[in-house]
Structure formats: structure tokens, C-alpha cells
Ligand binder design. Structure first.
Ligand SMILES: [Zn+2]
Ligand SMILES: [Zn+2]
Length: 832
């Protein structure tokens, strides 16, 4: 067998042979495919020195070649049919061996194939894989010229003339549905052929040319001015990028070439890192901690290096949790360990990054989805090279390749964006605790509104609870007034949702030149366009959901699949032109504020206004520089921002998330409202909040009014216990989704029957588990997919795992349907 080495050796000087396991002619490989288990491959002699744990290999699998990851020495070596590794793809490992038990845990817990777990963990765009593509033959070219073919056939052939194309891309390029039969037919006629091709990895190290002096004694006399400048720069002894010299001397490239020929200088290519950090940040010094902060820091520091423990840091909004994290990280680094800091959202990451960078400078790496694949890859390599000992990032940073973690911080631990909702459906907050346990280190989960799950863990002594009750500057928490929207039902126009109370408070605030934040958790202008003649609602053609009018875009948009259609007041159902634009959205609130306060400078922050890169920063700067008087926004404005001049927060309608058919609806509503309210009065002037609601007596709303997590928890935990919901039970959700309605229903019913047979057939399962469903999901159709679900509920996750594994073993075919996807979600978050 021919072994082609696809070498992507990044840095010629780095020691490629470090980190090597003992040379073995057999290795254990996880392939990047949806297949459980690992596979043994033989390593040919010429690759044995470089095949080490954590590197990628190219291996034959079935009729294809795929990327695999080396996990260790091969398990058994006496099989004859063991296939041979074709190439080692990295010259250095992409993850430390110490992460492998963590990956295995994830695979077993989330019932997800190990190769796919590792693939999700690594920066994207690294995998080589083989795919089959079609290309036109000579005979096909003739057919195209002879006009011997039909219209569709001609289009396909013409499309293939530009190069080979995958089947699924042909339809996309031609923008029409191309039946597979047409291609098969073309293949039979010999007009196209199918070929396997290896796709290149998208992400590669960036290489730049560097120059250095070969002869330090070179004389500066008798040379041109340009050369003098170059030599003077190089005299420092350092290597300088050719790019930098070009900025100094426009014709540097030519000069360097001739100087190199004359033996004055030498050049070479080196890997450089793409820099995701934009602006320069001034260093700062640690402030004196408050007594409360000091107590928290001292307590946690005492357990550093003493094995695994988890702290729940419950600190009110504005209590200085970030400073606690900074000082803990500092102590961790001093002891020679590294620290991992998870932050839920990109905007908050940049704030956290600023704080950490001003304290720790270059020792920071960031990992989040806003980086380009190249930047992400570079940050990853810096961590592997131990050039960064603090990693700050969004949920995927939980996989950061640190091999000596001493501290893991999860800020805003209650935030739902820690849950990954596609592919490997993990919860980074939970994995932080698992990773801390695996590495024997300390985890700190911080929040002003801890999740019920974490509060319960503190209650049952799994976590140690620490509290910060005071704001740092001792500012009082804002005063919150509840306004009953029900009393306003008969009012028409904008005053229906900007009540007299809110209107007056805004007036006073704006007169004092302070700023106002208005919160409504729905974007667009009107969320419920409905025909007043026949009652029909304007629905998305792909989803079972009403569309929202976006006035700025002059279109109805679906918030679930993105489908959009031109605005019109004509009803599809009855033809009348009596569409009424019911339902509120941030656009409508913005327009209302403009009407009521024509002088005020109003801005809006939601997904529509922040889609462009940098627009979010512009808005935040506007707030900071006080060029915005009133900011209207969705939950984007709820999180973490700290603007001292915002003294009034208006919550337009607190109830939107309360009525969701989800047992966490109350928890989410409480957290969101308490967080939004916490944006008020963070400077010297005390803040106030006007909270408008149709449910003024609901305990989630009353608890948010008092910012009282404890009281909320006490009520909510009884409700969970009564109905046997998490944390008193565990849930695994099976999601069944497909475009074809009958087929989806059929798979859901078959899977349901299989669950129920398995459930009834075993005493252990019957006694300890409940099977609920199959039922259509509350959002029964999204993006043309019909959605069904089955919930399996039980006390112990181990029993649930056994149940699903048995189900997959008995009825594997149901999980591998081509047209209907069955996805497993362990500890699901969104039950919709
Ligand atoms: Zn109608
Ligand atoms: Zn839709």
C-alpha cells in the first residue's frame, strides 16, 4: 500500500517529535464520522516516529479515506486485516493526551461518537475528508456541443464544465432541484464520471517571510539609503518581517533579494499568529478588595492545589465578580497552573478580555465564534505552545488544550447560551465541573441569578456557596415599581405600552440628562399581523409560526427560519386589505419613543441592528459617550453591560417568556428581569426600574422585583419537586425531525413503540423511568421540518443512558434514517 505523507508541518524549528508515546506499530484511532467506538490501524515504519497521541491521521475507512485522531497504542494487533495509516497530518499534537479521558466522558455521557466529539472540540476547518464529486467527460463535452441533450441535462453539464462539483452542490449552484436520477442517467450515458477527491483543510498556519542579518559586521557606508535603513533595522539582531520593511522602504523586497544574493542577509518563512485583539489596552493594577470580595478570594484560594471542588459565587449585579476572577487567576498562575474563563456572549467576552489583558498582557488567548477560522486556529496553537496561560472564551473554549488547568471560571453560569443546540449537544457549564473533576482543580460558577440546578447543588452540598451581597461602591440596588398592564387594556396607541408611570419616569430622567434603557424581548415592529376580516394570521410558509413585520426592511420575517416576504396589507386567505398589525416589537417601541420624545436621541439594539460586524461596538460607544439618550433593545441589553449614566430601566412587557410551554419558563423570566433591572443605577446616581406586566402577582415577577434569588428558588424548587422535573429527575430527549411529514410521523411512532416495549420489558426500566410521547413538538414545524419528540425521564442518568444505549443497539436503523433525523439531547434545555 502506498503511504502518501500529507505534511502540514507548521514550524520547521519546533520539535516535531516531542510528546511521543512509545513507538508502536499499531495505534488506536477515533475517526471523524458518526460511528461509535475506536479502530486499530497499523503504522508503517516510515511514520512510526511521528505517529503520536493527539495528532491527526489520514486513514482508509470503508471505501473512503477520512481524518482520524490518535488516542493511544492499538488495542489488539493479531488481526490480519488491519489497515494501514496513510499519512500523519500534523507535526505536533493538536490536543494533550490528558484531555482524552475528558473526551471519553463526553462521548459516553452525551451518547455521541468519540471521533465527532473530538472534531467538535478542535478548531473547525482542520479536517481532510474524501468526498465524491462529478466531472464532465469528453463525451459529455461533445453532447453539450451537439445539442443532443435535454435542457436540464445541458445545465448540469455546463455547471460541471467549470470543475468537479458535489451532487448536493449542483442543485445549489443551479438554484433548482436536480433529481438524483438525472445525474445517474448522465453517468450511464458516459457524459459524467464520479470521482473521489480529497478536500483540503481550510485552515492553515499563516506563514510570513522574515529577514535577519547574516553578517553583523556589514558596513553602512557606500550603500544606498534604502539599504542603510534596512540594515539599521536589522542591527537589533532580531528577525524582522519583510512586510514591516516594505512599510519603511517601498522597494524593500527587491533590495532584500539582492542583499541576500550578496550574502548580507538571510530570509526564511516562519509561522505568524493572526491577532484578534484590536486596540491596545493599558495595564492596570489590582484595586483593594472589599471585605466581602476578600473573604471570597481567600476561601477559594485556600482550596487551590487541594483537588477538586466547585464554588457557586452568588453575587448581586455590580458586586465585582470580575475582580474576584482576576485575583484568583493571578494566584493560579503564580502557582504554575493555567486558568480557563468561560463567558456566555461575545460582547461580554470582549469586556472580560479587556479586564484580563490589562492585568495579564499577552498571556491571554481568546476562543469564540467571532474569530475567523485562521485566528481560532492560531489561538489554539498558542495555547498548545504554552504561550497563553489564561484562556477566555465562549462555550467551546471548554475544550481549550490546556494541560495543567488549576482554575475554571464560568461567569453568568445561568446563561442559556452555554448549551450547544446542534451537533454535540453539550452544556459547557456542566462540562466545566466535569473537567475540573477530571483535572482535580477548582471550578467557580458565578451569577447574580444562579440557575435552579446550581442552587440545588449548593443546597445539597455538592457545591460550596459564597455570596457577594453588596455592590462595590455600595450603590443601592435600583428601586423597582410594578405597573399592571391589565389596567391599561382600553388605552389605544403607544400609551398602551408606554404607561403614564413609565412616560413620567422617562420625562424626568431625560430632563436630568440621564439615560434610559427600554427592554422588550421581541424584535421587529409587529409580531402578530392578523386579518380583521377573517381572522387569518400571516404565517411562515416553512414553519408553524406567525411572521413578524419588520418595518425598516419593509417585509414580514420569520424568526425561526429566516424566510421573508414583501410587506402587504392584503390577506392571503380572504383577499381583503384589512391586515392589522398586532403584537409588539422593539421597532414599534423605538417609533413610539420618537413620537413621545421628539428631541430624544433614540437607538435600538437587537439582532437586526447588530448584524454587521462592529455595529454593536458603535452602539455601546454611543451609550458610553452619551450620544444616545434612550436605548431600546432585546435581551442583548440585559447582559453584563455597565453604564453609570443609565438611571432608568423600563421593562415594556415582562410576560413574553412566561407563557412558554417549558418548565424553565419561570426561571428564565426571573433571571432575565433581574438581570435587566440590574443595569440601572450602577454609577453614583441611584437607579429606578419600571416593570410593566399582565401578571403583577406572579412569583417570578415579584422575586425579580426584589432581586431575590433565594425567594425565587424556594418557590420554584417546590414546584419542580411536585412535578418531578430537574433537578429532581433527569431527562433525555429524542428529537425526530424530517421534511416528509408522514415519514417523520412513522419514525416517531416506531421509535415510540420501541421505547415503550423496552420500557415495559424490563423491571428496572419500568420502575425507574417514564416514557413521555411521542408527541409533536410545541413548535411542530420549523424550516419545513416536521418535529416530534419523546422524553425519557428518570431519577438516575445511568439508567437513562442504559435505556438509550439498549434502544440504539436494538433499533439502530431508526437512528440512521436518511430522511428523518433522530437526535439525542441529554439534559435538554429548550423543550420547544
Ligand atoms: Zn382575511
Ligand atoms: Zn419560518
Amino acid at each position: 500500500m502506498q503511504c502518501r505523507l500529507v505534511s502540514v508541518c507548521v514550524n520547521p524549528e519546533s520539535d516535531c517529535f516531542l510528546n511521543m508515546v512509545q513507538t508502536s506499530s499499531y495505534i488506536d484511532v477515533a475517526v471523524a464520522l458518526p460511528i461509535f467506538g475506536t479502530f486499530t490501524y497499523r503504522v508503517p515504519e516510515n511514520l512510526q516516529d511521528v505517529a503520536s497521541v493527539g495528532k491527526r491521521v489520514l486513514v482508509p475507512f470503508g471505501r473512503r479515506r477520512v481524518t482520524g485522531y490518535i488516542l493511544g497504542p492499538g488495542k489488539s494487533c493479531d488481526l490480519k486485516e488491519i489497515k494501514c495509516v496513510q499519512a500523519v497530518l500534523d507535526c505536533r499534537p493538536l490536543f494533550p493526551a490528558s484531555l482524552i479521558p475528558f473526551f471519553n466522558w463526553i462521548s459516553a455521557y452525551y451518547l455521541h461518537p468519540i471521533g465527532e466529539v473530538i472534531k467538535s472540540a478542535l478548531p473547525s476547518g482542520l479536517n481532510l475528508y474524501e468526498y465524491s464529486a462529478f466531472r464532465i467527460t469528453e463525451k459529455g463535452e461533445h453532447a453539450l456541443q451537439d445539442e443532443a441533450s435535454g435542457d436540464v441535462e445541458r445545465e448540469v453539464l455546463a455547471c460541471l464544465r467549470t470543475g468537479s462539483v458535489r451532487l448536493k452542490d449542483i442543485g445549489r449552484i443551479l438554484q433548482k432541484n436536480i433529481p438524483e436520477a438525472i445525474i445517474t442517467d448522465l453517468e450511464k450515458k458516459g457524459w459524467v464520471v464520479q470521482k473521489n477527491e480529497l478536500r483540503e483543510a481550510r485552515t492553515k498556519p499563516r506563514m510570513e517571510r522574515f529577514v535577519s542579518l547574516q553578517n553583523p559586521d556589514v558596513s553602512l557606508k557606500d550603500v544606498s539609503e534604502g539599504r542603510q535603513k534596512i540594515i539599521a533595522t536589522l542591527l537589533s539582531g532580531r528577525e524582522v518581517p519583510v512586510k514591516n520593511l516594505k512599510a519603511l522602504v517601498p522597494n524593500a523586497a527587491g533590495l532584500i533579494r539582492s542583499m541576500q544574493q550578496a550574502g548580507y542577509v538571510q530570509t526564511r518563512y516562519r509561522q505568524v499568529f493572526r491577532d484578534p485583539f484590536g486596540e491596545s489596552i493599558l495595564p492596570d493594577e489590582a484595586p483593594t478588595l472589599t471585605d466581602e470580595q476578600l473573604k471570597v478570594v481567600t476561601t477559594i484560594l485556600a482550596s487551590l492545589e487541594r483537588g477538586f471542588s466547585t464554588y457557586l459565587l452568588a453575587g448581586v449585579t455590580g458586586s465585582g465578580k470580575t475582580e474576584v476572577y482576576l485575583q484568583l487567576a493571578e494566584a493560579t498562575l503564580t502557582k504554575g497552573y493555567s486558568a480557563l474563563v468561560l463567558v456566555p456572549e461575545i460582547v461580554l467576552i470582549s469586556q472580560m478580555e479587556r479586564s484580563f489583558r490589562s492585568r495579564f498582557g499577552q498571556r491571554i488567548a481568546v476562543l469564540h465564534s467571532d474569530l475567523s477560522p485562521g485566528e481560532r486556529y492560531d489561538q489554539w496553537i498558542r495555547i498548545l505552545n504554552h504561550e497563553a496561560s489564561i484562556v477566555i472564551g465562549a462555550r467551546s473554549a471548554i475544550f481549550a488544550p490546556l494541560d495543567n488547568v488549576g482554575l475554571i471560571v464560568v461567569d453568568e453560569e445561568h446563561d442559556t447560551s452555554y448549551k450547544q443546540e446542534s451537533g454535540l449537544r453539550y452544556n459547557a457549564r456542566d462540562l466545566a465541573v466535569v473537567r475540573a473533576k477530571e483535572f482535580g482543580c477548582v471550578a467557580v460558577l458565578g451569577s447574580a441569578t444562579p440557575s435552579i440546578q446550581s442552587a440545588y447543588n449548593a443546597d445539597t452540598k455538592k457545591f460550596i456557596e459564597l455570596t457577594l451581597k453588596d455592590r462595590v461602591e455600595k450603590q443601592p440596588l435600583p428601586e423597582i415599581r410594578i405597573v399592571d398592564l391589565g389596567e391599561n387594556r382600553d388605552v389605544r396607541g403607544v400609551r398602551r405600552f408606554i404607561t403614564p408611570e413609565l412616560h413620567n419616569a422617562m420625562k424626568v430622567t431625560l430632563e436630568r440628562h440621564e439615560q434610559v434603557l427600554l427592554f422588550l424581548n421581541r424584535r421587529g415592529f409587529a409580531g402578530l399581523p392578523v386579518c380583521s376580516a377573517c381572522g387569518a394570521v400571516i404565517r411562515c410558509k416553512n414553519c408553524d409560526i406567525s411572521m413578524t413585520l419588520h418595518r425598516q426592511a419593509n417585509a414580514y420575517k420569520c424568526h425561526y427560519c429566516g424566510f421573508s416576504r414583501a410587506f402587504s396589507l392584503t390577506c392571503d386567505a380572504c383577499g381583503s386589505d384589512k391586515i392589522k398589525l398586532l403584537g409588539l416589537g422593539t421597532e414599534k417601541v423605538e417609533a413610539a419613543v420618537q413620537t413621545l420624545f421628539p428631541e430624544a436621541r433614540v437607538a435600538r439594539m437587537d439582532r437586526d441592528t447588530t448584524a454587521r460586524r462592529g455595529s454593536m461596538v458603535t452602539l455601546l460607544k454611543g451609550l458610553r459617550n452619551r450620544t444616545i439618550d434612550v436605548l431600546v433593545g432585546t435581551q442583548m441589553i440585559a447582559k453584563g453591560h455597565d453604564f453609570p449614566n443609565i438611571t432608568l430601566v423600563g421593562i415594556i412587557c415582562a410576560d413574553l417568556s412566561l407563557s412558554f410551554p417549558d418548565f424553565r419558563a419561570g426561571e428564565r423570566t426571573f433571571q432575565l428581569l433581574a438581570q435587566v433591572a440590574g443595569r440601572a443605577g450602577r454609577g453614583k446616581i441611584p437607579g429606578q426600574v419600571v416593570l410593566q406586566t399582565y401578571n403583577p402577582k406572579h412569583f417570578s415577577i415579584l422575586a425579580a422585583k426584589d432581586q431575590d434569588s433565594k425567594r425565587f428558588y424556594a418557590r420554584e424548587i417546590d414546584f419542580r419537586k411536585m412535578l418531578n422535573y430537574p433537578p429532581f429527575s433527569r431527562i433525555i430527549q429524542l428529537r425526530i425531525a424530517g421534511k416528509h411529514k408522514d415519514r417523520t410521523v412513522q419514525v416517531a411512532k416506531e421509535l415510540g413503540a420501541a421505547c415503550s416495549a423496552l420500557h415495559k420489558g424490563s423491571k428496572i426500566f419500568y420502575r425507574n423511568l417514564e416514557v413521555l410521547g411521542p408527541i409533536p413538538a410545541p413548535l411542530a414545524r420549523i424550516a419545513r421540518e416536521h418535529r416530534w419528540q419523546i422524553l425519557i425521564k428518570g431519577k438516575r442518568v445511568g439508567t437513562l443512558h442504559r435505556f438509550i444505549r439498549q434502544l440504539m443497539q436494538d433499533r439502530g436503523e431508526l437512528f440512521n434514517q436518511r430522511k428523518v433525523k433522530v437526535q439525542i439531547d441529554v439534559d435538554p434545555f429548550f423543550m420547544m
